[in-house]
Ligand binder design. Structure first.
Ligand code: XIL
Length: 369
């Protein structure tokens, strides 16, 4: 078993100042270049290139980017007549400069909405909002952004439509309309429906119905994005595979758009636990505040290896695999669903060093390039 020396890797990382080195280095993006894009979500400070070591790592390992927050409606469209594209422009410029695949996240989502949007009560006003919001943003980045999450998280766990401000004001036609508006603004950009728990059978059926409905109504939908906020033991590889097959059978691409694997206990999994209970500061819910024990590190590495093996098996169907963050220190899972914990869900640790899980993902490709 070949172990990748973390010190050598760190030195290589530091020496790399841009994304187009003359010599091809060992990295995720290079190892998987013939399979699918390997992406990461960028925080605002990463978009602003505030940390040179993080920048080099991003450039070295990833060839696709998603903005973790700054393109969500509350940031980009804070007031009815005011858009703020300052950071979105920097994000797109970062991707262009480094010749990366640029993914837009997200146009229509019930969460992280600007307060004025939540107050819309009337269908005429909501229609006007959707038209203005989607058309303005998609047209602005026409030909620059490669794919969009047009709608995010519109489904309940049982596959029915979530009661959001969009469904309440417009009924289910808002879904088809959103995809039509995005296609009209940029006919060439790939359009995705994105959601979590898409490996659960009932939700999977909901996605299938949704994609068929959009297509039947003359809308353009190019892909399904499965967020991939997963655990060490679930979803099962069988359910992940069933979803890849089911979505691609609809004639759309499959992307894993926000991959991370929590190693911490989840309040919803505790039998009899009251989810409203305050778990903050409870040491039982934060078992590894200093360091991840080797046994769990190994489990995480095995889980990532199993998942990437499955992704490789279906590489023709998969367009992109994006991690939800560059390194453990920035992961949203340190604060969700319980604030102030120490989680270890990604391939790089807080010091930007590759973990065992990185090696296990790389080893799948060794000798096969
Ligand atoms: C998360 C971000 O990572 C956090 O920083 C933010 O506070 C909340 O949103 N599904 C999505 C992402 O589609 O946009 C969410 O990102 C994670 C769940």
């Amino acid at each position: 078993m070949k172990i990748i020396n973390p010190y050598l890797l760190a030195i290589t990382t530091l020496l790399l100042v841009n994304c187009s080195p003359k010599k091809e280095v060992t990295s995720l993006k290079n190892s998987y270049k013939d399979d699918f894009y390997i992406g990461t979500a960028l925080s605002a400070s990463q978009i602003e290139e505030k940390n040179a070591a993080e920048d080099s790592l991003i450039c070295k390992e990833f060839n696709a980017i998603t903005a973790e927050n700054i393109m969500k409606s509350m940031f980009v469209h804070p007031q009815k007549d005011k858009y703020d594209f300052t950071l979105a422009d920097k994000f797109v410029a970062f991707g262009e400069k480094n010749k990366m695949f640029i993914h837009g996240h997200t146009l229509i989502w019930h969460s992280q909405l600007a307060p004025w949007m939540e107050k819309i009560k009337d269908s005429t006003e909501m229609k006007a909002f959707m038209k203005d919001h989607i058309t303005t943003i998609v047209s602005k980045y026409k030909g620059k952004i490669n794919s969009w999450d047009v709608v995010n998280e519109a489904l309940n766990e049982d596959g029915t439509l979530r009661k959001s401000v969009f469904l309440n004001t417009l009924g289910e036609s808002y879904l088809v309309d959103a995809f039509k508006l995005a296609a009209a603004a940029d006919p060439k950009v790939d359009l995705y429906y994105n959601d979590y728990n898409l490996e659960e059978p009932a939700k999977r059926e909901g996605v299938i119905r949704l994609v068929k409905k959009i297509k039947a109504a003359g809308g353009k939908i190019d892909g399904v994005g499965s967020q991939g906020h997963w655990k060490l033991d679930s979803p099962s590889l069988e359910e992940i595979e069933k979803s890849i097959l089911a979505y691609s059978a609809l004639g759309v691409k499959v992307a894993f758009t926000e991959l991370d694997i929590t190693v911490l206990p989840n309040p919803w999994d505790l039998k009899g636990a009251d989810v409203n209970q305050n778990f903050e500061g409870n040491p039982k819910m934060n078992p590894y505040p200093e360091t991840l024990p080797d046994s769990v590190q190994t489990k995480l590495a095995q889980r990532y290896a199993d998942i990437f093996k499955l992704f490789l098996k279906h590489k023709e169907k998969i367009s992109r695999v994006t991690f939800w963050g560059v390194h453990d220190g920035q992961s949203w899972l340190n604060d969700w669903p319980i604030k102030g914990r120490t989680n270890y869900p990604l391939l790089f640790d807080t010091k930007l060093q590759p973990k065992k899980a990185y090696n296990s993902v790389m080893q799948l490709k060794e000798g096969k390039e």
